[in-house]
Design a binder for this molecule. Sequence first.
Ligand SMILES: Nc1ncnc2c1ncn2[C@@H]1O[C@H](COP(=O)(O)OP(=O)(O)OP(=O)(O)O)[C@@H](O)[C@H]1O
Length: 295
Amino acid sequence: MTHLIECRQLTHSYGEKQVIDHLSFQIPKGGIHGLLGKNGAGKTTTINILMGFLEPSGGQCTVLGEPSHRLRPATRQRIGLLHEGFTQYDFMSIAELERFYRHFYPGWRPELFHDLTRRLKVPPTRRISRLSCGQRSQVCLGLIMAQVPELMILDDYSMGLDAGYRRLLLDYLQDYAREYQTTVLLTSHIVQDLERLMDGMLVIQEGRLLYQASRGAFFQGFGQWRFQRCTQSDALEPDAVLHAVEHSSQHTLVCSFQPPEAVRQHLLARGLSLQGWQDVPMNFEDAFLSLTGKY
Ligand SMILES: Nc1ncnc2c1ncn2[C@@H]1O[C@H](COP(=O)(O)OP(=O)(O)OP(=O)(O)O)[C@@H](O)[C@H]1O
């Protein structure tokens, strides 16, 4: 099996509203993959389908080689899921929860749980319900790491985490994925964190696949340029070459997956003079916003 996840023409509706629209993608074995999109794009719904919590209205979805809505318990054991920092059994203490979980996972590594939770600086006898949101997320991450799953799905893993712990986790997760050969699929709204972390990215918009590529291919292939705004540039619209067009008071900004010279020629052919033409460097957040649109 070369792909741990395969979705083909997936659709899903809540009542009349279709929120996943013929979504097809594959996640190969190995690496850290970002599932990105704006609020309401369909990320959590997709994860709920992958985990079998929702049966898709149409299309196929296989996870670890099995249909996602019919995963066997033994297959589920190979998947570690973080669901927006949520943990059941919040009446248990941190130590009780670790003892409870360890029975379900043959490869349980208590030292990985303790390694991540000893930084909490709260006693292990503290109940989960008495922890802050970020502390609870840290316990959840410890529970998932200790499982040493083949596939780790982290939905909004950064929820409630402070900057220091997020940084620690990014380094930890990269080493962990390499050492234990775990394939990671994650979502986060803190896209600048993902720039260093991800090997591959998958962007969904209104339930459809907008873009999938390796991180390197995205940065190499996607560019942004600006030039002086004029009457002709005000009339520009996205097309086969221009992915997006925006205007500030004095400039027009265009972004594209085409090489700079092809974009220039495309604009010159439309009669633009391209005065002050220059490349606009982008960090990952800029590039993500140019790809998906700001609002
Ligand atoms: N149980 C539900 N019933 C009806 N509509 C729902 C339900 N859950 C989600 N939706 C709608 O489905 C769409 C996709 O929601 P989803 O939670 O999958 O998005 P998301 O990409 O995870 O968003 P966010 O980044 O805000 O967490 C949204 O328009 C949302 O309002």
